[in-house]
Ligand binder design. Structure first.
Ligand SMILES: [Zn+2]
Length: 535
């Protein structure tokens, strides 16, 4: 260990990039900076000759070859285990019975005997009421459990065999916050919405142990340049994280959330936000204020453009405030899922009310997604110290649905620039597997408000574009600051932790248009190389 620490790493010959450098224009010249890492920290940054003189003999030299060295990226909102389990699943490409049959066939070819067939990418609204019947799935696959998972993760649809295996009785009741769908005659359609989806999902047999899944997810995250994450998955990641970190096999920084249904357990255990070690920490309790854009359940101030509804209030404003107050009292901060403008307002009101009742949260409370917000609510983020946790890739994925459902209101959708101007702190994530992960895709979306290669006319409200510096701050600094690691992370400066990513391209020289083509060459976490070999 000691020998290794003394060896160190010396980086040179490329771009050194973090939010401060992107903002100052300092890095725009040549590749004059070199970086020395000793142990788990950055020891020195400066001209190569000076840094080399400070390096111990035997320091391993990394020539960046015109590529970029950045701090490790943190995905501030991801579902790691669901993501990695989804990677191997077949997706429904066409939302028709024929498309379903194709997907079933592809999945059956991959599955082992006895496995359930699970398909991803189901878009409920593209299936007519008549087709959303159990017979549709029973026809596609009789006799073997088949489950379709909705693309937004908020509902699931099972065939007769799946319902039998899951022991779901015909007279099953709606759980709180969920709906068991029935046809006109009162029979189960096999569709389970919001909290009810758990009835079906939890019955799907796992193929691997959670720890094995997590190790796999971490490797895949490294390949994207991600060295840490704020996870919002189900509770089995707690066991997985403890197991890997206990064995010293977690080359990753993980902030875990407490599902709303586990608030009481957390209270009983007196579990507190920010408690943990240098790899795993306790984050926020996650509450839901509304549903999703795609399913028309995001809670709005005014009716949808394509519907007379204003969405679903998953939890009332006052109930939300009570739960926030409980969490705060227990020493836990909160993360509130709020997509529609009314949900965002409810979330801010609930946070404000609970602060007024009992004082500040132990760590910054956060609101997740904020896909639509009223102008007058934006300054409240700063005033209340609420972190805006957003997923830039949604600007690309969701824009057509957003235009259809929100019309002119999209002028204040995904309004990251307005949020920043109002003093809010932004943290970037992906919400994978419900959207595509990867910091370069997120940066590209934040900078361009469109995908790489799309014509400029496709840009979605380009007035909301961000510059590279605030985008990097949201992906590198804010999530780490919120986690409260004892080693500062997210900058390339002496004394900061050595979580680093080497990209094969100069991210300042290439056009953001082509960010998606840049590749990760190597990754370091706490000064140890955890991905890539080439020197
Ligand atoms: Zn999520």
């Amino acid at each position: 260990m000691t020998a290794k620490r003394e060896q160190g790493w010396l980086f040179h010959g490329g771009r050194i990039l973090d939010a401060r450098r992107a903002g100052s224009g300092r890095a725009r010249g040549g590749y004059t900076e070199a970086v020395l890492v000793l142990g788990d920290r950055i020891e020195a940054v400066g001209p190569l000759a000076r840094v080399r003189a400070a390096a111990p003999r035997g320091a391993r030299v990394v020539n960046l070859r015109g590529g970029t060295l950045t701090p490790g990226f943190v995905d501030a909102h991801i579902h790691l285990l669901t993501w990695i389990r989804a990677v191997g699943d077949v997706w429904i490409e066409r939302q028709t019975p024929e498309g379903l049959e194709d997907a079933v066939r592809a999945a059956q070819a991959r599955a082992r005997d006895g496995d359930w067939i699970t398909l991803r990418g189901w878009v409920p609204r593209e299936w007519s009421r008549e087709r959303r019947a159990r017979a549709t799935l029973d026809r596609a696959l009789p006799g073997r459990p088949l489950v379709l998972l909705a693309i937004d993760g908020h509902s699931a649809w099972g065939n007769g065999a799946a319902l039998r295996e899951a022991k779901i009785a015909p007279d099953v009741a709606d759980p709180p916050g969920g709906t068991v769908d029935r046809d006109a005659s009162g029979s189960l359609t096999g569709i389970f919405i919001e909290a009810a989806a758990t009835l079906l999902r939890r019955a799907i047999p796992r193929r691997r142990e959670p720890a094995e899944d997590l190790a796999h997810a971490v490797r895949r995250a490294h390949a994207l340049g991600i060295t840490g994450a704020h996870d919002f998955d189900r509770a089995d990641i707690w066991r997985a994280a403890q197991e890997l970190s206990g064995r010293g096999r977690l080359p990753f920084r993980l902030v875990l959330s407490v599902p709303a249904s586990k608030l009481e357990s957390a209270e009983d255990l007196e579990l507190r936000s920010s408690w943990g070690n240098e790899r795993v920490r306790v984050g926020a309790v996650k509450f839901f204020a509304d549903g999703t854009l795609g399913s028309g359940t995001a809670l709005l101030e005014e009716e949808y453009e394509d519907d007379t509804s204003t969405g679903t209030e998953v939890i009332s404003r006052s109930e939300l405030e009570d739960r926030c107050a409980r969490a705060r009292k227990a020493g836990l901060t909160v993360a509130i899922h709020a997509i529609g403008d009314r949900a965002v307002r409810n979330a801010l009101d609930a946070i404000e009310g609970s602060i007024r009742r009992g004082g500040p949260f132990p760590a910054a409370p956060r609101i997740e997604h904020i896909q639509l917000a009223r102008e007058e609510d934006l300054p409240r983020f700063k005033a209340l110290g609420v972190l805006a946790s957003v997923q830039p890739i949604h600007q690309v994925t969701d824009r057509d649905v957003a235009k259809r459902k929100w019309g002119e209101r999209t002028a204040r959708s995904y309004a990251y620039r307005s949020l920043l101007r109002a003093g809010a702190r932004l943290a970037f994530g992906s919400d994978a597997p419900f959207d595509r992960p990867g910091p370069l895709l997120a940066l590209q979306a934040a900078l361009l408000r469109r995908a790489g290669g799309e014509p400029e006319s496709q840009a979605f409200h380009p007035e909301q574009r961000l510059g590279l510096a605030p985008a990097l701050r949201a992906h590198l600094e804010e999530p780490n600051r919120l986690a409260g690691w004892s080693t500062p992370l997210g900058r390339i400066a002496p004394g900061w932790g050595a979580d680093l990513v080497q990209f094969d391209q100069d991210l300042l020289r290439i056009d953001p248009e082509t960010y998606h083509r840049a590749r990760v060459r190597a990754v370091w976490v706490a000064g140890a190389r955890v991905f890539g070999k080439s020197l």
